[in-house]
Design a protein around this ligand. Structure first.
Ligand code: SF4
Length: 246
């Protein structure tokens, strides 16, 4: 019978999830670093809660590659925060992933695709750049949590994502856990959190949330969309990342 590398990924993800599903986030990141070494990346939006995962990862390996999607539509405060946090935490490998010029020229020449086709806009500005970059890795860390609701309610700690493994070290943590960690380590807040943005993405698709709303209520408010599309399984054999904006 032919050997299927996806079976190996599946078996490994199941084993890691069984081992790590109740582990502290620090242990999950350590185990991922031990298992995948330089083939492990962290994907961060440098958004409202990002400081926690970045701080945890920096304590394990400050040279871990951090992939940041600079969509061209971010708030200036997020770009400032990315610089501040990277410096404060000593992260030495933060890579700004940008959409390809030719994709923008053909698909979104007036930078207004978000008005009519948010999925298409997210594909050009987030999904495609991340897909290119992740080709160079076997596994990646995300900052998703179950308490964010929606599809995230069933979030495992370790999951298979196409030919890769995705780890969600903060899946089990709630808002109180995050707040306690931020206070304990005196982590700087995203500048927009105090202005009523509990979740921060691109400026056209992020709005303030009312007290009592879900954390992500201000993302694509008024539409059915709840995710940008980067958390879908990558196609096996997706083109490897070969340099450039990473
Ligand atoms: S979040 Fe909005 S502006 Fe950002 S890439 Fe998606 S649709 Fe475009």
């Amino acid at each position: 019978m032919a050997f299927d590398p996806l079976d190996t990924v599946h078996i490994l993800s199941e084993r890691l999830d069984a081992e790590l599903r109740d582990a502290h986030p620090s242990r999950i990141i350590e185990a991922a670093a031990e298992q995948f070494g330089e083939r492990l990346a962290l994907v961060s939006s440098f958004g409202a809660e990002s400081a926690v995962l970045l701080h945890l990862a920096a304590r394990v390996n400050p040279a871990m590659p951090v992939l940041f999607l600079d969509t061209g539509m971010l708030f200036a405060q997020t770009l400032d925060y990315r610089k501040l946090l990277a410096g404060r935490l000593g992260l030495t490998q933060v890579h700004d992933l940008r959409p390809r010029f030719e994709d923008l020229a053909t698909g979104d020449p007036d930078a207004d695709l978000w008005r009519t086709d948010t999925d298409g806009c997210c594909h050009i500005r987030k999904v495609a750049p991340l897909d290119r970059a992740l080709g160079g890795f076997d596994a990646w860390l995300t900052g998703r949590k179950r308490f964010h609701g929606g599809d995230r309610l069933r979030l495992p700690v370790v999951e298979k994502a196409g030919a890769q493994i995705k780890l969600n070290p903060l899946a089990n943590w709630n808002k109180a856990d995050l707040d306690a960690y931020i206070a304990e380590h005196d982590l700087p807040p995203h500048p927009l959190v105090g202005a009523g943005f509990p979740s921060v993405g691109c400026w056209p698709c992020t709005s303030q949330a009312a007290d009592g709303d879900d954390v992500r209520a201000g993302r694509w408010a008024g539409s059915e969309k709840t995710e940008c599309g980067i958390h879908v399984a990558r196609a096996p054999g997706a083109a490897p990342f070969v340099g450039g904006d990473l």
